[in-house]
Design a protein around this ligand. Structure first.
Ligand code: ZN
Length: 162
């Protein structure tokens, strides 16, 4: 089961859509039970109890056999990101930072986004400082691939030319 591609219910999202999530529901012929725990901040948090193992979980997944809905562990669920190449992972993370800063489209070749209104300058500086070396790595890897040279060779060429 690939979690990203599997029908799922996230109790946190559900809680924003309905006034109250019942503690026991019959859903598509299956009994879905929830439980509450106390949070450290004096609040309460509701969980699903996995119909298969009774474990508390925030997300239940729909699978084809056994109890229809189950937690990620019972479903043997894995995330798409676990199958990513290291480079694809780096790229996804880099794009996520840019998106967080308000960039819509354009990838890494557009200038790094300016500080969004309302973001603390220190936070922005930290994000940018963290993002730059990683973006540089990705672009150098792309360039190396495009010209059929090793990353080290490309780095050496770029260093020579300042
Ligand atoms: Zn389970």
């Amino acid at each position: 089961m690939i979690c990203d591609d599997t029908a799922q219910i996230d109790i946190r999202k559900l809680a924003r859509l309905v006034p109250e999530i019942p503690e026991v529901t019959d859903f598509e012929g299956e009994r879905i039970v929830t439980a509450w725990t106390n949070t450290n901040y004096g609040g309460r948090r509701q969980w699903f109890l996995c119909p298969s193992c009774d474990r508390r979980c925030a997300i239940i997944y729909r699978r084809g056999d056994g109890p229809l809905w189950c937690c990620r562990i019972c479903g043997g669920g894995r995330y798409l990101s676990e199958h990513e190449s290291p480079k694809a992972r780096k790229l996804r993370k880099a794009l996520k930072v840019r998106k967080q800063l308000g960039q819509r489209g354009g990838g890494l070749l557009t200038p790094f986004p300016l500080k969004p209104k309302g973001m603390h300058p220190v936070k922005y500086a930290r994000l940018r400082e963290h993002a730059m070396p990683s973006e540089r790595e990705i672009l150098i890897e792309d360039l190396a691939e495009a010209v059929g040279k090793s990353v080290e060779a490309v780095k050496a060429i770029l260093a020579l030319q300042g």
